[in-house]
Design a protein around this ligand. Structure first.
Ligand code: G6P
Length: 295
C-alpha cells in the first residue's frame, strides 16, 4: 500500500472542499463568502492507521463499538473500517463540483471482514462478506454527501453506517439544534437511557452524545457566526449529535486545548436497532446535505 495520502482540492466559484483519499474523508467545506461550515481542527494529523479528526468521517459497516444481540459489541476498530481505508479517487468520474471515491472488500483487511461476519451473523459458507462502496461529494454553495454500499457477494449481510459530520460553530455553549422537539433518543452519556426531547432546542452545556429517532430536517443555529446550518438527510432514520465537553474534549490527543468549543457533530446514521440487511445485489444510500442561512 502506498504511504502517500492525497488530499483532493475540489474548488469552483460557489465553494471549496478538501477531501482525503484516506477514509474518503471530507476535511473541510467552505461555501464562497462564508466561514468554513464543515469543521477542520487547527492541525490535521494524517496517518495510515489513524482516523482523521474533524471533517466528515465515513463510517461502515458498524457504528462506534458495533451492536449485536441488543447490546454494544466492543468491536475494533471503533466505527468500522471505511474511515481507515485507502479509497480510490475516481479521476474520470470527478469534476470541480463532484468528487467520487470507491472502495471494496478487496481493499480492507480480511480480519476486519471476519469480525463483521462473526458479530453480525453473516453466512460465510461462500466466503467473507463482499461489498462495493462509493462516496460522492457535490461541492458548491451547498454540500451533498452520499455513501452508497452494495452487496456484491452471495449471502445477505447486515450493517450500520454514518456520515459523522463535524459542523463548525463559533461557541458550542451558544449553539442550538432545532428539529428534534419531541423525538425519542438514547442518551449515551447516561448508559444509553431512553429519553424524549422536551425542550425545543438541543443545547450543549456539557458532554452530549445522543442517538435520536429522527430523519427530518434540522437547523443548527449559531448566534456567534450569525448563521444557521441547515441539514437534510437521505436514508437516515437516526440523528446522532455529539460534543465531548471540556474535560473529555481537552483530553482528545489530536485536537488542541479548547477546540472542542468550535464544533457540534450532527450525524446521519443508520445504526443499532435500525441496522439494515442487504440481499445480494441490493444497495443502500445514506446522504446528508448542508446549506447555510443568515440568522
Ligand atoms: O473519537 P471517535 O472515535 O472519532 O468518536 C467520536 C464520537 O463519535 C460518535 O459521535 C459517538 O456517538 C461518540 O460516542 C464518539 O465519541
Amino acid at each position: 500500500m502506498s504511504e502517500t495520502i492525497a488530499i483532493r482540492n475540489i474548488a469552483n466559484p460557489d465553494g471549496r472542499a478538501l477531501i482525503s483519499d484516506h477514509g474518503a474523508h471530507l476535511i473541510e467545506w467552505t461555501p464562497a463568502g462564508n466561514a468554513p461550515v464543515v469543521w477542520m481542527p487547527r492541525a490535521v494529523y494524517l496517518g495510515r492507521d489513524a482516523a482523521i479528526r474533524g471533517g466528515v468521517p465515513v463510517i461502515f459497516p458498524w457504528f462506534g463499538p458495533g451492536y449485536a444481540h441488543g447490546q454494544a459489541a466492543g468491536l475494533k476498530p471503533k466505527h468500522g473500517v471505511t474511515r481507515l481505508a485507502a479509497w480510490h479517487f475516481d479521476e474520470t468520474g470527478s469534476t470541480d463540483r463532484l468528487a467520487r471515491f470507491t472502495l471494496s472488500d478487496a481493499d480492507v483487511d480480511e480480519s476486519v471482514l471476519r469480525v463483521w461476519a462473526d458479530h453480525y451473523d453473516i453466512d460465510t459458507a461462500a466466503g467473507l462478506p463482499k461489498f462495493e462502496a462509493t462516496f460522492e461529494a457535490q461541492v458548491g454553495s451547498t454540500l451533498t454527501m452520499r455513501l452508497t454500499v452494495r452487496n456484491t457477494g452471495d449471502a445477505a449481510w447486515r450493517f450500520e453506517a454514518a456520515l459523522h459530520a463535524y459542523l463548525h460553530v463559533g461557541d458550542v455553549a451558544q449553539a442550538r439544534l432545532l428539529g428534534l422537539h419531541g423525538a425519542h433518543y438514547l442518551d449515551a452519556v447516561h448508559g444509553f437511557e431512553p429519553r424524549e426531547q422536551a425542550d425545543e432546542a438541543v443545547t450543549y452545556p456539557g458532554p452530549i452524545d445522543r442517538v435520536y429517532e429522527s430523519s427530518g430536517a434540522l437547523r443548527l443555529e449559531d448566534p456567534v457566526l450569525g448563521r444557521a446550518i441547515e441539514i437534510t438527510r437521505e436514508g437516515s432514520p437516526q440523528t446522532v449529535t455529539w460534543n465531548p465537553g471540556e474535560k473529555d474534549g481537552n483530553a482528545i490527543g489530536d485536537m488542541s486545548e479548547g477546540e472542542w468549543r468550535n464544533f457540534v457533530c450532527v450525524e446521519s446514521a443508520v445504526c443499532r436497532e435500525h441496522e439494515v440487511t442487504l440481499a445480494p445485489g441490493e444497495s443502500y444510500t445514506l446522504g446528508e446535505t448542508l446549506a447555510v442561512a443568515v440568522l
